[in-house]
Ligand binder design. Structure first.
Ligand SMILES: NC(=O)c1ccc[n+]([C@@H]2O[C@H](COP(=O)([O-])OP(=O)(O)OC[C@H]3O[C@@H](n4cnc5c(N)ncnc54)[C@H](OP(=O)(O)O)[C@@H]3O)[C@@H](O)[C@H]2O)c1
Length: 258
């Protein structure tokens, strides 16, 4: 069974979530439960997420069943530190990422743009060379601008948030599709740890179900990254996806109340 969902890397760190950081055994359980449920793609944005995912895939022996998305974030941090920003790819980063992920290839690599255009061009060329070597399967880009006739570049997919607060998502994901990119959405719950605040008095489980289906079936969204550090969320969220899109009335309610 395939699934539109991708496991978010924030499942593996302490920051940016509600539940405590999973232990290594729990991380293995999460990865195995995802694969069993047909969630075969795993995002690893930050360095500690790559290390945790690499370890979990090695320990479970499931690397061959998994697809990895990696990003250009190279600062290490511990559970009590702030999460860190992105940096342009450098030649040694490929070997570093492969070591952290305990693998010899990366299915999808995101090139998060950097401000300096010359640096960005340099890192893009480097990423293309990794693609040409066959060590990287596909290149993706983060939040490219919404523009008619945007060049496709070396990218086959684009990643951007999609949830009830992303008011430009319809235009954005349509534009990306027009470029010819596959589309990957993130962050269906806006900030998952604020779900209680956003629930407008309705049970959180219902609001989470509605938000997940809103983002999963948003027009022109192919796949959705959601973090789940509690193994139980995997069955819950797969059940939500199996229900299909929200009705027009449910969308109205969600946008009007949350
Ligand atoms: N937003 C960005 O800027 C960005 C950038 C790059 C990559 N990403 C990728 O996108 C992924 C998702 O983004 P995100 O983590 O910010 O937001 P999110 O997936 O919308 O929210 C994740 C939170 O939702 C909770 N959750 C999951 N299923 C639930 C359910 N059924 N009911 C109630 N709560 C539920 C999780 O709680 P627990 O913690 O308690 O399990 C987690 O804290 C990241 O992990 C990352 O891989 C995002």
């Amino acid at each position: 069974m395939t699934n539109r969902l991708i496991l978010g890397g924030h499942s593996f760190i302490k920051q940016l979530g509600n539940d405590p950081m999973p232990t290594e055994d729990q991380q293995c359980n999460i990865v195995a439960a995802c694969i069993a449920a047909g969630i075969v793609t795993f995002d690893a944005t930050y360095l500690p997420e790559r290390v945790a995912l690499g370890k979990a895939l090695a320990r479970t022996g499931l690397r061959d069943k998994a697809k990895i998305i990696a990003w250009n974030f190279f600062q290490d941090f511990g559970p009590e530190d702030s999460v860190s920003g992105h940096a342009p790819y450098q030649p040694h980063h490929l070997e570093q990422m492969l070591t952290e992920l305990q693998t010899d290839h990366i299915e999808r690599l995101v090139v998060h743009p950097v401000d300096d255009p010359a640096e960005h061009e340099r890192q893009e060329k480097l990423a293309v060379s990794w693609l040409e070597q066959g060590v990287v399967g596909q290149l993706g880009t983060w939040m490219p601008p919404i523009a008619a006739n945007h060049p496709k570049g070396p990218y086959s997919f684009a990643v951007a948030p999609c949830n009830i607060r992303t008011t430009d998502a319809a235009e954005r994901f349509e534009a990306y599709k027009n470029v010819g990119w596959e589309t990957v959405a993130t962050s269906p719950f806006v900030r998952g740890w604020e779900l209680e605040k956003q629930s407008a008095g309705r049970p959180i489980v219902e609001v989470a179900d509605a938000m997940l289906r809103y983002a999963t079936y948003f027009p022109n969204v192919d796949q959705l990254i959601v973090a789940m550090r509690r193994v139980g969320w995997i069955a819950t969220n797969c059940a939500s996806v199996a229900k299909g899109p929200l009705s027009a009335e449910e969308v109205q309610w969600l946008l009007g109340n949350c």
